[in-house]
Design a protein around this ligand. Structure first.
Ligand code: PLP
Length: 388
């Protein structure tokens, strides 16, 4: 028995607010009945404003990984080249999936400390005179490294190269936390999930689909069944789905959409930016390094912090879990045990952030991690001086 609340400060799944938990605490309904049609239609309609698109959004009962697969198989034909960029572990996993499915990923090498280089992407596209590359796949916010890439710049590079490839972007850990403008940035397929900025439990994922991507899906695509966008359109127009949707999660989604619209998307983004900046103040005061080297690419959803002697992050996280009942994100793949990740996205406020940063600082004292004192103090001074 542990008294008080557990602090779930991994960068997803995030804390599900009580309002959403209560909204889901209902009897399961007939997913072919009239009451459901109203729910289905309302979430399919209102999701569009969160994606900042006028186009169709598709909902799957699946984790985010499913929506990755859906994006690829609906528009690509086996052997098609896809251009991807190594911003961290999530870009790597999406690339691995593309290869497994029989597509031909060109994986532009990154260093896990900087975001997608739009200029290099443009050069790669300009060199592809035969237009063999059918899609450019980017991770907006790579949750493994805490790096946010400039998607508008990637779009500009594609346009400058006059390249017709589709632009597909993973926003699983940015949608509803960091501004992402689907239509304004000319994004053809957006991939998203329920358990990060949308504050829901895991289990729903999404594709927003441009007209161009929909046409590619109608004209070609890979073998697909469960993921087929074409099967969604007809039933979705009536508020229904081709197979049983995750009914209970959709009640939660309805509530999450209400919460985001009550706060206002701009205010949601500003809140995340402010909490991220306070976190960065704390890390700087501790004398530790943030994995993302470019200030403009530092994520507003999470902060990946390098351990002072490049190891021991897992022991620190274990100490913090044991002593203070707080979960922090683990270092993945190339940065395993070298970084810990502080999630500051989703349903979050100043005092939750201060509890989180205090837990990190107390953990470093207990685990004897070399650091300067005063990080939590720096963060609270920032928050007090920058009231919303
Ligand atoms: C969490 C995450 C994923 C994986 O989503 P699952 O729901 O675990 O399948 C993919 N990409 C990014 C950027 C993520 O943050």
């Amino acid at each position: 028995m542990r008294s008080g609340r557990h602090f779930l400060q991994i960068p997803g799944p995030t804390n599900t607010p009580d309002r959403i938990l209560r909204a889901m605490h209902r009897a399961v309904m007939d997913h072919r009945g009239p009451e459901f049609a109203e729910l289905g239609q309302s979430v399919l309609r209102d999701l569009k404003s969160v994606f900042q698109t006028k186009n169709r959004v598709v909902i799957y009962p699946a984790s985010g990984t499913g929506a990755w697969e859906a994006a690829l198989v609906n528009v690509l034909t086996p052997g098609d080249q896809v251009l991807m960029y190594e911003t961290g572990q999530f870009a790597t996993l999406w690339k691995n999936m593309a290869a497994k499915l029989g597509f031909d990923p060109i994986f532009m090498q990154g260093d896990w400390r900087t975001g997608a280089n739009a200029e290099a992407i443009g050069a790669q596209l300009a060199a592809d005179g035969g237009h063999r590359i059918k899609a450019v796949c980017m991770v907006h916010n790579d949750t493994a490294t805490g790096i946010t890439s400039d998607i508008a710049a990637v779009r500009d590079a594609m346009d400058d190269a006059n390249h017709p490839a589709l632009l597909m972007v993973d926003t699983i850990s940015s949608l509803g936390s960091i501004n992402f403008r689907t239509d304004a940035w000319g994004v053809d397929v957006v991939v998203a999930g329920s358990q990060k900025g949308l504050m829901l439990p895991p289990g729903l994922s999404f594709n927003a689909v441009s007209e161009k991507a929909w046409a590619a899906c109608e004209a070609g695509g890979d073998r697909r069944s469960y993921w087929d966008w074409r099967d969604m359109a007809g039933p979705n127009d009536q508020g229904f789905f081709p197979y049983t949707p995750a009914t209970t999660l959709l009640y939660g989604l309805r509530e999450a959409l209400d919460m985001l619209s009550e706060e206002g998307l701009e205010a949601v983004f500003a809140r995340h930016a402010r909490h991220a900046e306070a976190t960065r103040c704390a890390v700087e005061a501790w004398g530790l390094e943030i994995l993302a080297v470019n200030a403009a690419e530092r994520s507003n959803a999470l902060t990946a912090v390098l351990m002072p002697d490049n190891k021991g992050a897992d022991a620190l996280r274990a100490e913090i879990l044991d002593s203070f009942d707080m979960s922090l994100g683990t270092g993945l793949n190339k940065v395993a045990d070298r970084v810990f990740r502080i999630g500051h996205l989703g349903d979050f406020n100043d005092l939750m952030l201060m509890g989180t940063l205090s837990g990190v600082e107390m953990g470093m004292i207990r685990a004897q991690v070399a650091h300067q004192t005063g990080g939590a103090q720096a963060a609270l001074e920032y928050l007090a001086a920058h009231a919303l």
